[in-house]
Design a protein around this ligand. Structure first.
Ligand SMILES: [Mg+2]
Length: 262
């Protein structure tokens, strides 16, 4: 019997700005039945409030407490490692806010860390600054290493691509906190107050959602409504516990509270 869910969003709940049919019914069932869940995203661009508002407008009435971003995971991790530290940031509002909320100052001189997240607003000058700061001893931290992000007109470079540029330029390897890192996967599970055996991860990406869940001993469900098709599964040494076309297929099981039945 599953007791709670960690749920990826892009490719699971929506694609871009389009709701995946039945996703609203699935989440509303979880809310009605008081089943604990968190939306888990490797997008560090938006704040939790922004994400909750986007979902609410799609007919999914959740609030900030239901959102867990890699920006939050990264900021909490850094605050734990080095309380009240400093960071030079290549990223946007979600990451900046998470760092501030966790006691970090954002600086452009002699930082403890260079933190890289999703963003479209940075320029080459900022990358040059980051390279210089890393060469001078700042540690390179990535909110995630997703190489690209899907958009309605094709994929765009993700945080992992920016990080790869900085790694190549400095010869230093980044430390990444987002999915599939156990740091984010464990921290989200603890937020729900569940044990590993009580936790199910639902996602559309094998390399992040499913791998992250498998590594932590969570139950895993792959949905085929996003980036992965059934024929891709042969390429991986690990597999999800269950494969469904979309979360709409999980509604009956949630209704019957019997998600352990494959
Ligand atoms: Mg996804």
């Amino acid at each position: 019997m599953t007791n709670g869910f960690l749920i990826d969003m892009d490719g699971v709940i929506y694609r871009g700005s389009e709701l995946i049919p039945g996703a609203d019914r699935f989440v509303n069932q979880l809310l009605e039945q008081d089943i604990p869940f968190l939306f888990l995203t490797n997008n560090s661009q938006r704040t939790c409030r922004d994400v909750a508002k986007k979902l609410d407008r799609m007919g999914i009435p959740v609030d900030e407490r239901h959102i867990f971003t890699c920006a939050m995971a990264t900021a909490r991790f850094l605050a734990d490692q080095k309380p009240n530290g400093t960071a030079y940031v290549i990223g946007e509002g979600g990451l900046l806010q998470a760092l501030h909320l966790n006691g970090y100052a954002v600086v452009d001189h002699d930082p403890d860390y260079v933190v890289v997240g999703e963003g479209r607003a940075f320029n080459f000058e900022m990358l040059e600054t980051a390279v210089r700061l890393i060469n001078n001893g700042a540690k390179l931290v990535a909110t995630n290493l997703d190489p690209n992000c899907p958009t309605p007109i094709g994929s765009r470079p993700g945080c992992g691509a920016t990080v790869a540029l900085l790694e190549a330029a400095t010869g230093r390897k980044a430390f990444s906190v987002g999915k599939p890192s156990p740091i984010m996967m464990r921290s989200a599970r603890k937020e729900l107050g569940l044990s590993a055996g009580e936790t199910t991860m639902i996602g559309d990406t094998m390399e992040t959602d499913i791998l992250g869940g498998v590594q932590m001993g969570y139950r895993t469900i792959l949905v085929l409504s996003g980036t992965t098709s059934r024929s891709d599964l042969v390429d991986f040494a690990y597999r999800p516990d269950q494969v469904v076309d979309s979360v709409a297929d999980l509604c009956d099981a949630v209704q019957a509270r019997s998600l352990s039945v494959v």
